[in-house]
Design a protein around this ligand. Structure first.
Ligand code: ADP
Length: 276
């Protein structure tokens, strides 16, 4: 009880909570999280190092055996596809660790939208063909350019196309669309498939690290559940955003990315005719 400035008695009640324990636990959790990130980075490095010489050796062996098509060439082909898959997984692991540690430096340059989509498509062509998927490609305004890192942008779209191929049964369709977005200064790229779809309660979680739709875990294609978190990390580093839509299992999925565009130069103003 205390007297207020006018001399009236006032009563205040409250409770004191000791938050030192809460702060201590929070700091310990932060430290554990950082240690986990460091471990992930070291693990990915150690796994990645031997893959480069293995890949080179395999390419060499393939060039020796390509003339003698037969069992050796077939086995080497299988080994190469498995090795590529492993390189892809480990690179995603490395990227996720680097993104979390703020160690990725992005180039900032105008990148032709058409060229970027072509390159991304080229990277997944074998997988799309192997699944006998029909691909619908956009006709893109050749003047449209994204502002960003060309290698990373191709990786982002390639990852979405790769997932579309992985999660769409044989004979399905993958549609790529791209163009200027309604938001000023942005471009929009869409990757849509007619595949197994995503349950509504998982839509907001598929971008989380290591998140996989439980119903999809038994599939043959494997994966660690980090591809989409890399996509989200890279898109956000570019100042963009990414969303997932699906009407549920079996209805296909639609991923949309917004990225900053390079504005076309404003045409020089035409001088009004001089008064007669
Ligand atoms: P991964 O594919 O390696 O498991 P991702 O991070 O790329 O990891 O995707 C996370 C999860 O989101 C996948 O495991 C899958 O369940 C779901 N998913 C991603 N893309 C699609 C898609 N096009 N169709 C259906 N499910 C998808």
């Amino acid at each position: 009880t205390f007297l207020d400035p006018s001399g009236q008695a006032k009563t205040m009640t409250g409770a004191c909570v000791d938050i030192t324990e809460f702060v201590r636990v929070r700091e310990a959790l932060k430290l554990a999280d950082r240690q986990k990130d460091d471990f992930l980075a070291t693990l990915a490095h150690e796994l990645r190092n031997p893959l480069a010489p293995l890949r080179t050796g395999l390419h060499l062996l393939q060039s020796f055996h390509s003339a003698a098509a037969g069992e050796a060439a077939q086995v080497l082909g299988i080994m190469q596809r498995q090795l590529d898959h492993m390189v892809h997984l480990v690179d995603d692991l490395l990227d996720i660790a680097r993104i979390r540690q703020g160690k990725i430096l992005l180039r900032q340059e105008p990148v032709s939208l058409q060229a970027m989509l072509d390159q991304a498509m080229e990277g997944v062509q074998t997988l799309l063909d192997a699944q006998a998927l029909q691909v619908v490609r956009p006709s893109v305004d050749p003047a449209l350019r994204v502002l960003g890192d060309p290698t990373r942008l191709v990786q982002v779209v390639g990852n979405l196309l790769n997932n579309a191929a992985k999660y769409t049964p044989r004979g399905g369709t993958v549609t790529l669309r791209a163009g200027a977005a309604s938001d000023a200064g942005m471009l929009c790229i869409e990757v849509q498939d007619t595949g197994i779809g995503i349950p509504p309660d998982m839509l907001e979680h598929v971008f989380d690290r290591f998140a996989q739709v439980p119903q999809h875990v038994d599939r043959a294609q494997g994966g660690l559940g980090i591809g989409l978190s890399v996509v989200k990390g890279l898109v956000e580093m570019h100042g963009g955003r990414v969303t997932a839509e699906s009407a549920g299992s079996g209805t296909g999925s639609l991923f949309r990315i917004w990225l900053p565009r390079v504005e076309a130069p404003v045409p020089a103003a035409v001088a009004p005719p001089a008064p007669a």
